[in-house]
Design a protein around this ligand. Structure first.
Ligand SMILES: NC(=O)c1ccc[n+]([C@@H]2O[C@H](COP(=O)([O-])OP(=O)(O)OC[C@H]3O[C@@H](n4cnc5c(N)ncnc54)[C@H](O)[C@@H]3O)[C@@H](O)[C@H]2O)c1
Length: 318
């Protein structure tokens, strides 16, 4: 397949492109480099530096494309609360530009990088796809609104799979996490180990969890990338589309466990400051992957936290 990857110069996008090419597909990356990096684009991928909001450019990019992986987005929860317009514009309006361009093209299948933030603060763990969706911020709302659009655009013959996940982590030979600002726990902790940040703040240590800190789901970026390619191949094979969670198997790791593993992996001291709980941070957030495992045969290969943190640490030092 020749696959258009929006956001393919970003963290997970560069991993998806790597996996597509490894699996024998061809990749066209469309990215405006607002957050991505030119050197993250796989050398064998075509690269188009464009904004998804430019309908003419998107139509051109779709020439000869069989399917789309849509990863381009803004994804900072806190920023989305202060500036919802930015999130509706980039995550919903720009997504609709893409869908309308697809209607005029031969591409009929799309895999969407959604988020487990569509569930909000779920009543039970691990979260399943049939659980209610109730986002608590404009980021999650904008992603859910696009998921809904995908369902209704089925009337034009488009079929789509939305992948809902929490924390991508780790690195591969070509893809590593370089967000600015960095808000994700593992890269922040490793920057403290490297000495580029003074300390990491742990938000709350009195949660009803084994060690009092929040428990979260971490998935290695190569496992996420494989899921995106599997989903594309499933659509080509007739999968009707819908939503699948990607989770680490229902366990999750606490913030304290992440910091302890990072200390062991790096052999360095990591200074920690304990701050108050953040509003809206549930004690545990983990997703069940049973549906994607049963229907698409996906299982994570790199679940061990040491391997995940270790790959991120190696990538920071190369
Ligand atoms: N990182 C995570 O833990 C995580 C978790 C759940 C979902 N997601 C979703 O996965 C996707 C990728 O996340 P990431 O962490 O790799 O983010 P990222 O910021 O590294 O990558 C996003 C890419 O999209 C590009 N982009 C943004 N708006 C664009 C536009 N209008 N036109 C063209 N390009 C545009 C950016 O330049 C960037 O390269 C996002 O959709 C995000 O919401 C990420």
């Amino acid at each position: 397949m020749r696959v258009l990857v929006t956001g393919g110069a970003g963290y997970i996008g560069s991993g998806v492109v790597e996996e597509l090419i490894r699996s024998g597909h061809r990749a066209v990356v469309l990215d405006n480099l607002s957050k991505g990096h030119r050197d993250a684009v796989h050398p064998e991928a075509e690269f188009i530096e464009e904004d998804l909001l430019h309908a003419d450019a998107v139509r051109l990019a779709l020439h000869g494309v069989d399917a789309v992986v849509h990863m381009a987005a803004d994804s900072l929860v806190g920023e989305s609360v202060g500036n919802p317009a930015k999130y509706y514009r980039n995550n919903l309006v720009a997504g609709l530009v893409l869908l309308d361009a697809m209607r005029e093209s031969g591409a009929r299948h799309l895999v969407f990088s959604s988020t487990a933030a569509v569930y909000g603060e779920p009543a039970k763990q691990p979260i399943e796809e049939r659980d209610p969706t109730a986002p608590t911020n404009p980021y999650g709302e904008s992603k859910l609104a696009f998921e809904h659009a995908l369902r209704w655009y089925g009337v034009y013959g488009l079929r789509a799979i939305s992948l809902r996940y929490f924390n991508a982590a780790g690195a591969t030979a070509l893809c590593r996490e370089r967000h600015d600002p960095e808000t994700h726990l593992i890269p922040v902790v490793l920057q403290v180990a490297l000495g580029t940040l003074p300390e990491v703040t742990v938000f709350g240590s009195d949660y009803p969890t084994p060690d009092g800190t929040c428990v979260r789901d971490y998935i290695h970026v190569s496992d996420l990338a494989r899921a995106h390619v599997l989903a594309l191949e499933a659509l080509a094979g007739g999968n009707p589309g819908g939503a699948y969670n990607l989770g680490c198997g229902g366990k999750g790791y606490s913030v304290k466990q992440v910091i302890d593993v990072a200390r062991a992996v790096t052999g360095r001291e990591i200074a920690v400051r304990t701050g108050p709980r953040r509003p809206g941070d549930p004690p545990v957030l983990v997703a069940s992957s049973q549906r994607i495992s049963a229907e698409l045969g996906w299982t994570p290969h790199l679940q061990d936290l040491r391997e995940i943190v270790g790959s991120a640490w190696d990538s920071l030092r190369r």
